[in-house]
Design a protein around this ligand. Structure first.
Ligand code: SF4
Ligand code: SF4
Length: 259
């Protein structure tokens, strides 16, 4: 008897986004494997199917910035067994939080979300593993420690929190220099959001001399409350305290939280 393998049906949709998460998905080594195991029922990037049909998984990239997207999101929710926020825009609102004119709500404000795959865009290993977990009907597992836990610049955090924070980035001339490169950014007076950010990116920015900006979101609770708690502990300069970009870079405060 010949066994027919039932394929997992998948919806992939983008709301307001830069498409960076979808491009990362398409460029994954495991994407061809993912395609073999799935039947794509909706994905405007590569298919002209126009209707949503009942599916097992929905991956949604981007934040909600227009009223019409709420209806789309609700239709996707009705048609999917598991709904997954793909990337930090969908999970927390994302970079559009910096806009004063546009809204940038996370999808969890309007529909129940089963899983979040964070990152701007999500790191390839984290995304690849999450996709394979989804097609095997396993829960997505995210790292549970913060960025400092495995940081190559790890220092004594309590001492590092005493240094006045005067800058968001190293001066350009020092970006790739060897000077101080072994010291935690906080100890050098540069804001690093590693203490409140989920690990999982192999410290790509830190390895390049750039502090963690928090794109993978918090290890627990919601992004904004974690950020405010952390910023109340570090001695930020008055100038940085007035800079709203620190608070809004990956999220604006929302009523409903991502799990
Ligand atoms: S999370 Fe980042 S990469 Fe993904 S759509 Fe938003 S801005 Fe683009
Ligand atoms: S604060 Fe930043 S540089 Fe310092 S240990 Fe944590 S992640 Fe590393």
């Amino acid at each position: 008897m010949r066994w027919l393998k039932i394929k997992v049906k998948v919806i992939i949709e983008s709301l307001t986004s830069c498409s960076g998460c979808i491009l990362t998905l398409l460029s994954l080594d495991v994407f061809p494997q993912f395609l073999e195991r799935t039947e794509i029922t909706y994905f405007p990037f590569i298919s002209d199917k126009k209707e949503f049909v009942k599916s097992d998984i929905a991956l949604v990239e981007g934040c909600v910035s227009e009223a019409s997207q709420i209806e789309t999101l609700k239709t996707i929710r009705k048609n999917s067994v598991k709904l997954c926020a793909l990337g930090t825009c969908a999970a927390f609102g994302g970079i559009m939080g910096l806009s004063k004119r546009k809204k940038s709500d996370p999808i969890s404000k309007f529909v129940d979300v089963d899983y979040v795959i964070p990152g701007c865009p999500p790191p390839i290993n984290l995304l690849g593993n999450a996709l394979m977990d989804l097609v095997e009907n396993k829960p997505i597992k995210l790292p549970e420690k913060n960025m400092c836990y495995s940081c190559p610049l790890k220092g004594e955090m309590k001492k590092n929190l005493n240094t006045p924070i005067l800058r968001l980035f190293p001066q350009n001339s020092k970006l790739n220099s060897k000077e101080n490169e072994q010291e935690c950014f906080l100890k050098r007076g540069i804001l690093c959001l590693g203490p409140i950010t989920r690990e999982g990116c192999d410290h790509k920015c830190i390895e390049l001399g750039i502090p963690c900006e928090g794109c993978l979101g918090p290890v627990s609770k919601d992004y904004t409350s974690n950020l405010i708690n952390f910023l109340s502990l570090v001695p930020l300069s008055n100038k940085l305290k007035r800079y709203s970009g620190i608070f809004n870079r990956f999220s604006k405060p929302v009523l409903k939280r991502c799990s």
